[in-house]
Design a protein around this ligand. Structure first.
Ligand SMILES: Cc1cc2nc3c(=O)[nH]c(=O)nc-3n(C[C@H](O)[C@H](O)[C@H](O)COP(=O)(O)OP(=O)(O)OC[C@H]3O[C@@H](n4cnc5c(N)ncnc54)[C@H](O)[C@@H]3O)c2cc1C
Length: 448
């Protein structure tokens, strides 16, 4: 059963019902999490997607901040948030950037505010601690900033008559080597690599330079294009200059569809130190290339979540602060493939490609929302040194385990009854406290 939530009272009723009747509860917003965390067969589902209120505050006060801010309902999508800010000639940072406060219903059914001054522990945990763990968030207030100019660049490289596989990888290597320089300059880039059609293809879509003019971006990318020319490739990028972030974002990032059961995804955060040591840089490059050479798709981001002005103490994975590359590896199959073959591909993702990526970035982590469904050691991967505190807070704030999601904080205390492709917990099976699953117990007895 699913509740299309429009009021706080509905959420409170559903939480109280789930807690008192020991029902599985799932929270779904838009369902874009890679790990099926918003699903669960037979659960009572809260659908927050229609909490779409947006309110503008010219002078919002929270802690030391006085300035423009927006209160966004939990269902507001990033394109709606950016549009609202642009209407006021302002910019907001998507995802969880610069959150001032949140409103939520907690596991005991109370409607509370979490901020630096109100329930600060909860506020710490909610910023990075993951969804469906501490409460149902109904809205958040985020800082707004003045508009900024942006320059962008796109290009595409593909092997064929005029370009060999060797040249392709040399060109990519020339770009790869500059990652720390580009993020130091405040740039971000999204690119894809694959050889699934037979030819190797690399799409830069886009290289995104906030607060930079076209000529500044040309200067920054100059050494890369020079190197590419020396490799014998005549690469012609398309540059664009925008007066504000909204137009640049709107023209660069089309809305993406989601929802295929013909692929699995993994990911890794690669730290800056790998760019400061030539042998680590080579192994990192080879690890990315390995996936593409072996039939996978790499969708990656040259990005650094470590602003020079500093960042607040919150539950965000410390690995993000060291990262200059967030890379996603994708394995896909077709409907008519034998289950045995799909199982082999599925295992390649976690045990071959994933293992190789982890081995060149020991101690780093992965982005929770775009990660392997069965990420090994997920506690360390998604939260690193923050995990112990998050787990203790989970036990304190939700002792009933009203909130559960695959790979969420505290989820190791639970297990699914069935698996698909051998090792993927099935969201269509029963969720039991670890050690109390009847079918698992039967298997254990048989083994004995
Ligand atoms: C095509 C695609 C592109 C993406 N691009 C980006 C990107 O550019 N940058 C980026 O950072 N991420 C990106 N992601 C990841 C995506 O932003 C995250 O997975 C995000 O959490 C999805 O939001 P959702 O509303 O769809 O969440 P859902 O999948 O609905 O929920 C995610 C988790 O949060 C819980 N939850 C949902 N609503 C609430 C609530 N109100 N209160 C408490 N818990 C809740 C759910 O139970 C679940 O555990 C992308 C994902 C896809 C599929």
């Amino acid at each position: 059963m699913s509740v299309n939530v429009t009021t706080v009272a509905q959420i409170q009723l559903a939480i109280n019902l789930a807690r008192s009747q020991n029902l599985r509860l799932v929270i779904k917003n838009t369902g874009h999490d890679y790990g099926a965390k918003s699903t669960g067969a037979g659960a009572l589902s809260l659908w927050t997607h229609n909490l779409k209120d947006i309110r503008y505050y010219e002078n919002y006060e929270e802690g030391s901040y006085i300035g423009p801010a927006f209160k966004m309902g939990a269902g507001v999508q990033v394109f709606e948030a950016y549009e609202a800010a642009h209407k006021h000639n302002l910019t907001v940072v998507g995802a969880e950037g610069k959150v001032l406060s949140m409103e939520l219903v907690t596991a005991d059914g109370r409607f509370v505010t979490a901020s630096e001054s109100s329930n600060p522990e909860l506020f710490w945990a909610l910023r990075g601690g993951g969804g469906s763990t501490y409460g149902v968030v109904t809205s958040m207030v985020i800082k707004a900033f003045p508009e900024i100019p942006v320059s962008t660049m796109i290009f595409s490289v593909s092997t064929g008559d005029n370009l060999s596989v060797g040249q392709f990888w040399q060109a990519f290597r020339a770009y790869f080597a500059g990652f720390a320089n580009y993020t130091d300059a405040g740039n971000y880039a999204h690119f894809d690599l694959n050889a699934t059609s037979g030819n190797y293809v690399w799409n830069m879509a886009p290289w995104f330079a906030p607060n930079m003019s076209k000529s500044e971006l040309e200067d920054l990318a100059g050494p890369f294009f020079k190197a590419v020319g020396n490799i014998g490739i005549d690469l012609q990028p398309t540059y664009r200059e925008y007066a504000n972030f909204y137009d640049a974002w709107n023209n660069s990032f089309p809305l993406e569809l989601w929802g295929s059961n013909l692929a699995r995804y993994g990911s890794r955060l690669f730290p800056r130190e790998n760019w400061e040591d030539s042998s680590k840089l080579s192994s990192t490059f080879e690890a990315i290339r390995h996936v593409v050479d072996n039939g996978g798709v790499v969708s990656a981001y040259n990005v650094a979540a470590a602003p020079k002005s500093g960042y607040p103490d919150n539950a965000v994975n410390p690995a993000w602060r060291e990262t200059v590359l967030h890379a996603i590896d994708i394995v896909a199959w077709t409907q008519d493939m034998y289950t045995e073959l799909i199982t082999i591909w599925s295992n390649v993702l976690t045990s071959d490609w994933g293992m190789m990526w982890r081995s060149v970035s020991p101690g780093s982590g992965a982005y929770l929302s775009e990660s392997d469904y069965i990420e090994p050691g997920f506690q360390q991967s998604f939260w690193g040194s923050k995990y112990d505190r998050l787990y203790k807070l989970k036990k304190k704030l939700d002792p009933w385990d009203v909130f559960y999601a695959q790979n969420a904080v505290g989820s190791e205390d639970w297990e699914m009854g069935d698996y698909i492709f051998g090792n993927l917990p099935s969201q269509n099976s029963r969720l039991c406290r670890r050690g109390t699953n009847p079918s698992q117990q039967r298997e254990n007895e048989d083994d004995a």
